[in-house]
Ligand binder design. Structure first.
Ligand code: SR1
Ligand code: MG
Length: 420
């Protein structure tokens, strides 16, 4: 494969893939028979489906700028390196929950991977009202495995430090999150947008809310300074492709060593956005009531199954440098260690609730919105959904430590839905 970076297109991509034995065997036939379709609808990259007589692959190539904004916002190609690094790590722990990787080219910032079919982006499934009975278990397993096994609870200190080093230079991608998630929604920023004029008042209120800003900045500090585990870093429902039977997590280009609750909160927050957006997708009032209920049940299941699995992995682990089991072999030691694990899980729950709220606000008042809400054409109707989501998000952030458990979160979500 050629080494100089250039953005590829339907004309040039087949020639780049042709010398790759595994890829060309998978596609079959001669490269002149391959079809190339650019299907990327994300904010950053080019994504191609390449099809041949025998099969298809996905080719993801980073652009040197933010696709959503254009070349006025440069972005390093190295994000493809971090995405590949994270995919390789995730594959070790949950090979069935990520796409298979067939090839990586660092110079072209290009990853060739499994074409997932008939999978769709989860966000689109949630908009259509599709139920995914395996989702909660799968995403809980993904998060428990990838987050626990890359934490100092599971690995020796040297490995933990090497992993921090390995991801430390993913600076620009982290900066996007620092600005777009933790900062811009709370100040006047050129890139902010919302459903105006309906949300003008609440956006101004949030910008003037000192308690909210302090709470969010406390989380930003945690994001900046808590290398607990290798997090996906952008684990929203657009980073999940699935069918009712199968779930795959994609797009870990924002990966770095960060706070565990950031990933868990991203999943919870995006499910809660989907919950509130249902009202905008109802053909007739109430037609999505049972689906709305299903989303809240999944929200509860995600946390419960994640917490259970994380704790099981911890109970079975003997290799981490933090809390070495040999320190807790007698009965008082075992009891104290069990109580400490309970305390850790409670703190992680509070972190996750707070990050969930923060992720919800950035999708409504910041630059990058979600299709769940954006696809509601009637702006007054969309704004009604958004105001409910913002009201819950505010509570999740300000009162994170008052929520006694996940069913408390879903009750609050229901209460706000009914009251507004
Ligand atoms: C400029 S990039 C905007 C957002 O897209 C990605 O999916 C991340 O969520 C990022 O914050
Ligand atoms: Mg993405």
């Amino acid at each position: 494969m050629s080494t100089a970076y250039r953005p590829l297109n339907d004309g040039t991509l087949p020639g780049v893939l042709a010398p790759l034995k595994e890829v060309s065997e998978r596609l079959g036939g001669d490269f002149s028979q391959w079809s190339v379709q650019e299907v990327g609808d994300g904010n950053l990259n080019l994504v191609f489906i390449v099809g041949g007589p025998r099969g298809a692959v996905i080719v993801k190539q980073a652009l040197p700028y933010v696709r959503l904004v254009g070349d006025s916002w440069p972005l390093p190609l190295s994000r493809s390196y971090y995405e590949h690094l994270a995919l390789v790590e995730q594959t070790k722990h949950v090979p069935k929950l990520v796409p298979k990787i067939f090839h990586y080219d660092r110079n072209l910032a290009l990853i060739v991977m499994e074409y997932l079919t008939p999978h769709i982006i989860m966000r689109k499934g949630l908009i259509r009202g599709i139920e995914y009975p395996r989702f909660a278990g799968h995403i809980a397993e993904f998060m428990a495995q990838t987050l626990f096994k890359t934490s100092a609870l599971a690995v020796p200190a040297a490995e933990h430090k090497r992993r921090i080093w390995a991801f430390a230079d993913n600076i620009e991608l982290c900066k996007i999150t620092e600005d777009l998630v933790f900062t811009d929604p709370y100040r006047v920023a050129k890139l902010n947008r919302w459903t105006a004029p309906y949300l003008d008042e609440i956006a101004a209120r949030f910008r003037a809310d000192a308690a909210l800003k302090v709470a969010v900045q406390r989380r930003k500090l945690q994001f900046l300074t808590s290398p607990e585990a290798m997090i996906h870093g952008d684990l929203h429902t657009g980073s999940i492709m699935l069918t009712p039977e199968d779930t795959r997590v994609i797009d870990p280009e924002f990966a770095f060593m960060g706070p565990i609750g950031f990933d868990v909160g991203a999943v919870l927050g995006n499910l809660l956005i989907a919950y509130y957006s249902q009202e905008g997708h109802e053909g007739r009032p109430g037609s999505r009531t049972s689906y709305r209920h299903w989303i809240l049940v999944q929200t509860e299941q995600v946390w419960r199954l994640f917490a259970k699995r994380f704790r099981e992995l911890w109970d079975a682990s003997k290799s981490g440098d933090a809390y070495m089991p040999e320190l807790f072999t007698d009965a008082p030691g075992a009891a104290a260690f069990a109580a400490e694990k309970d305390r850790f899980m409670r703190a992680l729950f509070v972190d996750s609730v707070s990050f969930a709220g923060i992720k919800m606000i950035r999708r409504i008042l910041g630059l990058a919105h979600t299709e769940d809400l954006e696809s509601i054409q009637d702006e007054a109707r969309r704004a009604r959904c958004e105001i409910k989501a913002l009201t819950l998000a505010h509570r999740l952030i300000i009162e994170a430590d008052k929520f006694t458990g996940i069913s408390d979160v879903t009750s609050a979500a229901r209460g706000i839905f009914a009251a507004h």
